[in-house]
Each structure stands twice: as structure tokens, then as C-alpha cells.
Design a protein around this ligand. Structure first.
Ligand SMILES: Cc1ncc(COP(=O)(O)O)c(C=O)c1O
Length: 449
């Protein structure tokens, strides 16, 4: 039987009621799920159950840069499942996991030498925050407990990540349970000064001085860490002004505050380098990662930690656990095997270089949307870009939802936050595919208000 007919039959029999979808308007989804049901994926495209091909404009959720169904990943997963499908990460380990830690540490800036594995980006963030707290406790400075995040930051949905995060929609429902002692830097998106910047805005290095304000307010001796996304992804590709991250680093160093880069989306080539730290020439004390490390095929995340931070924990009796933290699936062998295969493919196919080559094309095509109806700002960096749209007269968010739904009819899977559309296409995309993606976006912007 034709596969698409078989898939359609499956869809007819689905009972969607028991499934509570994350970050989704469930009632709207369930009123008409079929256009949103994916049957398969290959390369840069999803195929829906009714056999439409959709260009994957955000590489899944920023996590599938080498495209879907890569045979080397499929083979690595199969082989690992046959050999060692699971192994606890407490007290024992496996060579495949240990080798992946070594490999990731070698990709990080010098000085960041230890890797702690988690299963997701949210867990990676919470792990980094706990390591920062533990570090100062081990050093006899437990009074350093404050965490500083940034407005519009997204650091996942754990209690730690939500607290240092700065997206109000993700915070307001849980306001009663925010971590104690968290404060936020101001965000860096200043449209009046930087709208339609190509790459890093030249205005705004001094916005990093907001950290001086928080140091003056709380005193440095109470602050453990600052956590920022080098490029804010979920808020809509907010690019750091030239010199901003350097200044943040300098203020942290001067005040003995740890700097954490949350590289869950910028890690592993999205900016054309291993990490944003290398692209921007700023070395943090910890890097969180997830998503692209396994191309999204098996969940995995982690934290890369500066050696001195790790070493501060290595005291006490040798049989005692130094950090009482970890997950059942930390360093999962299937994830580790797929991690190796992903990094192999990225190296063998020169995909970070490819991302760099495509960056200029994405910049030129996305900025050609300037002047289209209701386009308020366009930003880009690495193989990522976003466009801010004036909301529908019926209310905020509706225009982007309608564009998303129209995009599903026009062969384009879009990602939006509010009325901002973000794109981060797979590294394997061709220039023609990027051009087509932007032309579809143009059509949607012109026809959906
Ligand atoms: C910067 C950043 N940190 C953390 C997370 C959370 O990752 P996860 O959804 O894997 O928990 C995300 C997810 O988009 C992210 O973009």
C-alpha cells in the first residue's frame, strides 16, 4: 500500500485526547491535528501524514543541523543498541561515553576540561547552576549564592533555568517558585539603536555595565554566577553587541563571578565554530550544551567545566561522592554513540565551514525582507536569523500563528515566539533552499496580517 495512504489511515484512528503537548495550544492542536502530524523526515525535510514536504527551517528545534535520517547516525544507533544499550552512570561507565567526554572537552576552549553529561538542555543549565553553588561552598565562600540571568533569556524549564530565564510567559505561572537570590541583566535588544543590524550591532557594549549595577546593589561577595546565551535564541536571535560579551567577561573576572555560556543552541557549529565562545573570542567558566551534539536523535546535554572549578570538588575521602548530582540517563551509551557519529559527520562533511559559507546567503536573503508589510526588525548571526513582525490588529501572536499554519500548506515549517519568526536551517541546506525559504516567508508576510 502507498505509504501516505497508510499514514492517513493511522491519523484517522488516532485518539489525540490523552496526549498533553508541551509549549502548544492543545485545544487548537486537537481541533485539527492532521496538518501538523509528521510521518517521516529525511535530510532538510519533514513529510506530513498527507504527504506534504516541509522545509525544516529551524533544524527541528535547533537540534538537527546535519538533517534527518543520516545513515551513519542510524547505523551507530543500531550498533550501540546491539552491544550496550544502557549502562548506569553512577559508579560505572562505558568507553563510548568516556571517549565522548574527551572529544567534547577537546573541542572546548583551553582550560575547560571536564564534561558532566545530562539528558537535556534544562538539566545542563540546572547542573551548571549547582556546580557554581557547590564550587563556592567548597572554597569556603557559601555566601556567594546569587545567580544572575538576563531579560529575555531562555535556559529551559527546570526551576533553576526558569528562574534565571527572562521570558515572562514562561515565568508568570510559576512566580511563587522562583529560586531565591536571582536577578537579571537588562536585555540587549534596542531597536531604536540597532534595528536591521547585519551581524553584531555596533551599539550596546555598554549594556554589559548593567552587571556593575547588580554588583553595586547586591555586592560581588553574594554573587556566584552570571548565565547568558551568547546569542539569545528562543527570544528571537538577539545578537550580542560588539564588545558586549568581552565586557561581561571582564566584569565577572574582576569581581570573582563565574561566567556561564548557555550554548544549548549555539554549540556545535551553529555559529560556524565549535562553540560561540570561540566565535566571539570570549572564554566562559562553564559551557552548557545539548541539542546538536546528537543531532537531536537521542536526547543528551551536558556542562563543560573549567578545570579549577572541577578540581575544587576533588577533596575529601577518595571513596566519597564529590558532587551529589546526576541523572539516570547521564552519558547514555546510545546518545554517546550517536554523539560520536554526529561529530564524525560534521568533521567529514566540513559542516561547520558549510554553516559559515551559508551565513552570508542567509543574511542577504533575510535582510531582503526589509520593507515588506509590518517588518519591524531583522537580525542574523551564524546560520540563524529572525524577523519581528507588527502584530495583527486582532492581538499579539495571531499573525505568527497564521503564518505558521499557512506555511504548513506552502511547504515550510516555521518557528515563532510571539510575532517573531526565527530560522536556523540545517547546515546541509543549499543556497537555493535558503532562497526558497525566504521567498515563502515573503509571500506569507505579504498575505497574512
Ligand atoms: C539556550 C537554551 N538553554 C536551555 C534550553 C533547554 O533545553 P531542553 O529543551 O533540552 O531542556 C534551550 C532549549 O531551547 C535553550 O535554547
Amino acid at each position: 500500500m502507498d505509504q501516505s495512504i497508510a499514514d492517513r489511515d493511522v491519523a484517522r484512528q488516532l485518539n489525540v485526547e490523552p496526549y498533553w503537548l508541551p509549549f502548544t495550544p492543545n485545544r487548537h492542536f486537537k481541533s485539527n491535528p492532521n496538518p501538523r502530524l509528521m510521518a517521516s523526515a529525511k535530510g532538510a525535510y519533514y513529510r506530513t501524514i498527507d504527504n506534504r514536504l516541509l522545509f525544516d527551517s529551524l533544524s527541528g528545534l535547533w537540534c538537527s543541523p546535519i538533517g534527518h535520517g543520516h545513515p551513519k547516525l542510524v547505523e551507530a544507533l543500531r550498533r550501540q543498541a546491539e552491544t550496550l544499550d544502557y549502562c548506569p552512570s553512577f559508579q560505572i561507565s562505558s568507553p563510548v561515553t568516556i571517549r565522548l567526554a574527551e572529544r567534547i572537552a577537546a573541542m572546548a576552549p583551553a582550560g575547560l576540561e571536564q564534561v558532566f553529561f545530562t539528558t537535556s538542555g534544562s538539566e545542563a543549565v540546572d547542573t551548571a547552576l549547582k556546580i557554581a553553588l557547590g564550587f563556592y561552598r567548597m572554597r569556603g565562600e557559601a555566601h556567594r549564592f546569587r545567580m544572575i540571568g538576563r531579560e529575555r533569556g531562555y535556559h529551559g524549564v527546570g526551576f533553576g533555568g526558569m528562574s534565571v530565564g527572562g521570558m515572562v510567559g514562561n515565568r508568570k505561572m510559576f512566580a511563587a517558585a522562583m529560586l531565591n537570590g536571582v536577578d537579571h541583566l537588562c536585555h540587549t535588544h534596542r531597536p531604536s539603536e540597532m534595528a536591521f543590524s547585519r551581524g553584531q550591532p555596533s551599539f550596546g557594549a555598554n549594556l554589559a555595565d548593567d552587571l556593575e549595577r547588580l554588583v553595586a546593589l547586591h555586592d560581588a561577595s553574594t554573587i556566584a554566577a552570571v548565565i547568558v546565551e551568547p546569542v539569545q535564541g528562543s527570544a528571537g536571535v538577539i545578537v550580542p553587541p560588539l564588545g558586549y560579551l568581552q565586557r561581561l567577561r571582564e566584569i565577572c573576572t574582576r569581581n570573582g563571578i563565574l561566567l556561564v555560556f548557555d550554548e544549548v543552541i549555539t554549540g556545535f557549529g551553529r555559529l560556524g565554530e565549535n562553540f560561540a565562545a570561540q566565535r566571539f573570542g570570549v572564554v566562559p567558566d562553564m559551557i552548557t550544551f545539548a541539542k546538536a551534539v546528537t543531532n537531536g536523535v537521542v536526547p543528551m546535554g551536558g556542562v563543560i567545566v573549567r578545570k579549577e572549578i572541577h578540581d575544587a570538588f576533588m577533596s575529601g575521602p577518595p571513596h566519597a561522592v564529590e558532587l551529589a548530582h546526576g541523572y539516570t540517563y547521564s552519558g547514555h551509551p546510545l546518545a554517546a554513540a550517536v554523539g560520536h557519529a554526529t561529530l564524525d559527520v560534521m568533521e567529514q562533511e566540513g559542516l561547520f565551514g558549510r554553516a559559515r559559507e551559508l551565513e552570508g546567503i542567509l543574511e542577504a536573503t533575510m535582510h531582503s525582507l526589509k520593507g515588506e508589510p509590518g517588518v519591524l526588525d531583522i537580525r542574523n548571526f551564524g546560520l540563524a536569523a529572525a524577523v519581528d513582525l507588527a502584530p495583527s490588529s486582532e492581538g499579539p501572536g495571531l499573525r505568527a500563528v497564521r503564518m505558521f499554519e499557512r506555511g504548513l500548506e506552502d511547504g515550510l515549517l516555521l518557528r515563532f515566539t510571539g510575532d517573531t519568526i526565527a530560522v536556523a536551517p540545517p547546515f546541509i541546506s543549499s543556497a537555493a533552499e535558503l532562497e526558497r525559504m525566504v521567498e515563502t516567508l515573503r509571500k506569507l508576510i505579504r498575505t497574512v496580517s
